[in-house]
Design a protein around this ligand. Structure first.
Ligand code: AMP
Length: 405
């Protein structure tokens, strides 16, 4: 495409401290969130006559961390297709050549709020269990593709007012270093499992811990393990759950074990104390039963020793959750990940720039041919609204689930 034609397709608009240079089909941009990679806006897509979310990745190739994350996300978003994982509708860059390449824009389905906002609401058992069920379905699907998240948190989970839920990202690459002895940098660690905090080996149920922390926060209305840094994170866990057994300590490497053994010893609290009845709606016999099931699920997910923690499959079969069980959602065929070395890649900034640029061009091309995954072409007819993006979600009206099966 010639330069003039391409330039005419885009316009520039200031949102907050950032400038978005987007295709003219996207109008009415409003900031709705920001994360480690940049700002996210809602917008109205005139081509498909629907509201969308647009995330700007500014110079995603600027260093190893940004590059790896952006590339991994582009590749995985292209492969994964599940109703509980955010779908990619379009990808573009306004720059015309590799030399000029700067920014990537990801166009996604627009959701109403992230889970941080929902946690503030009073949720009944139906809503709570339905949200948890969907988290577990999304996680199971990622696991089936060989993707273990390890960094699930409420800010990376979004919901709609009909109580549908989607996970926004793919977590930490296998090669991402974590652990007590790492240099601290500012990230939310409240939801990270003991095996991640302590830099141990991990398995798929590492993500069950995070779901447990999120569930606990939804029940309590406050963060369960609010560590101020990576060391304090561990203190908060043992203060509440108790010092783990000798059997667990033997699985730690020497330097971490020495540290952990030298902490004061804590007996911890029972789950009845940690999550008393008053935290749950227990006004009827049905709700009393649900409250005890919810507490039982919490105590099976929040187990320090991963070998004694329930698996994602077991959580999906738990009485609190399995009322929603639908094989088409739980057992959807796993996606094939095309780049087998995705997590091992190490490149220079220039190489990353080229790899990411190529991936963006491929995705731009697929969008033109309508091959990129996401809603089918009939979306324009199905969603015929011409209304502007919705206002920020109200924090007083909880999302509404479908009727319980
Ligand atoms: P991220 O940069 O992906 O971490 O997203 C940062 C924040 O932007 C999230 O916590 C959400 O509040 C919001 N957000 C991101 N993507 C979407 C989306 N598709 N729909 C609605 N809000 C979103």
């Amino acid at each position: 495409m010639n330069r003039n034609k391409r330039e005419k397709e885009y316009y520039s608009i200031d949102v907050g401290d950032s400038t978005f240079m987007v295709l003219k089909r996207y109008q009415n941009l409003r900031p709705i969130g920001s994360g480690a990679q940049g700002i996210v806006c809602s917008a109205y897509d005139h081509n498909f006559e629907r509201n969308v979310a647009i995330k700007k990745l500014s110079r995603p190739f600027q260093n190893q961390t940004h590059s790896k994350r952006a590339y991994r996300e582009l590749v995985l978003m292209k492969c994964v297709n599940h109703k509980n994982i955010i779908g990619l509708l379009n990808v573009f860059t306004p720059q015309k050549t590799l030399e000029e390449f700067q920014d990537v824009y990801l166009v996604m389905e627009l959701m109403d709020a992230n889970l941080c906002q929902v946690i503030q609401m009073e949720l009944d058992h139906e809503r709570l269990s339905y949200l948890l069920y969907q988290m577990l379905c999304g996680i199971k699907h990622l696991h089936a593709a060989g993707i273990i998240h390890r960094d699930l948190k409420p800010s990376n989970i979004v919901v709609k007012s009909d109580c549908t839920l989607k996970i926004l990202d793919f977590g930490l690459a296998r090669t991402a270093a974590t652990g007590l002895l790492m240099t601290p940098y500012v990230v939310t660690r409240y939801y990270r499992a003991p095996e991640v905090i302590l830099g141990m080996g991990y398995q798929a149920n590492v993500d069950v811990w995070s779901v447990g922390c999120i569930m606990a926060e939804m029940v309590r209305g406050s963060v369960l393990f609010p560590g101020t840094d990576h060391i304090d994170q561990w203190n908060k866990v043992i203060e509440q759950l108790g010092t783990p057994s000798q059997e667990f300590l033997m699985k730690l490497n020497q330097s971490v074990r020495t540290y952990v053994e030298n902490r004061p010893r804590y007996a911890g609290y029972s789950f009845e104390k940690l999550f008393p009845d008053v935290l749950f709606p227990a006004d009827s016999e049905h709700n009393k039963l649900k409250a005890s099931q919810a507490r039982d699920l919490l105590c099976k997910m929040l187990v320090i020793d991963a070998s004694k923690r329930i698996s994602v499959d077991e959580a999906l079969q738990h009485p609190y959750i399995n009322v929603w069980y639908d094989p088409t959602e739980v057992e959807a065929p796993p996606p094939a990940i095309t780049d087998k070395q995705l997590d091992e890649r190490e490149h220079t900034v220039e190489e990353w720039k080229e790899l990411i640029y190529k991936e963006v061009l491929d995705l731009e091309e697929r969008t033109k041919n309508g091959v990129i995954r996401g809603p089918p072409a009939s979306i324009g007819a199905a969603v015929s609204s011409t209304t502007p993006p919705p206002p920020p979600p109200s924090t007083t009206s909880p999302p509404c689930p479908p009727t319980r099966p």
